[in-house]
Design a protein around this ligand. Sequence first.
Ligand code: GLN
Length: 245
Amino acid sequence: MKKVLISALLGLTFACTSQAGTLHVGTEATFAPFEFMDEQTKELTGFDMELIAAVAKAMGDDVKVQNMGFDGLIPSLQTGVIDVTAAAMTITPERVKRIDFTEPYYQSGLVILVKKTDLDKVKDLDSLQGKRICAQIGTTGAMMAKHVKDAKVTEFNSITEAFMELKQDGCTAVINDKPVVDYYLVRRADDTVTTLPQVFDAEYYGFGVKKGNKAMVEKLNAGLKKVRESGEYDRIYQKWFGANK
Ligand code: GLN
């Protein structure tokens, strides 16, 4: 009888352990080439999706990805709905007060996207004073837009909607991450828009975890290190950005 109970308990422990082998990842999948839906396979894909899967694999875990609004990611970490964000999330001082981050895994920056027909009037951030600026809700692009004097800022749930609004002349500019804007320009072949030459501030993306979850940060950093050392990071980088890092 005792034996049965012990093996039942062992079975339970085993079940719990294998359960813990799933890394619950939160993302916001309108952000190509980092996270987006592959139209053909209907699967989430992109640099972040492949990188976090490789990191999890290096740690012996599977991933389960949940797609949600960008502004829902930090609350979902805090309530334990997800273990980690993989969402091109910039490590900012404000966010560091609320969550912890892994080592940076990608260097980015912000750019301003405008209509080519406006290039004579809009040359820099200052010339957006008093104008309408579009951005994605809760992002560093939206934060920068709000610092422009008298600018009217419209925040959209997805960056796709912000791009659309610019196309339809609903705003003068979109402020967003450079690699995402570059990808949009190449893929969508929208030749009515272009970026201003200046790239703002180096921004670093990190995977976010619940504040104080030191074990998870260490585990992810160890996975990231393995993935860098094995050459997997370079392979994924090369696939999405076409250059070695
Ligand atoms: N890197 C930007 C930020 O962290 C945008 C991220 C995103 O929209 N997914 O705010």
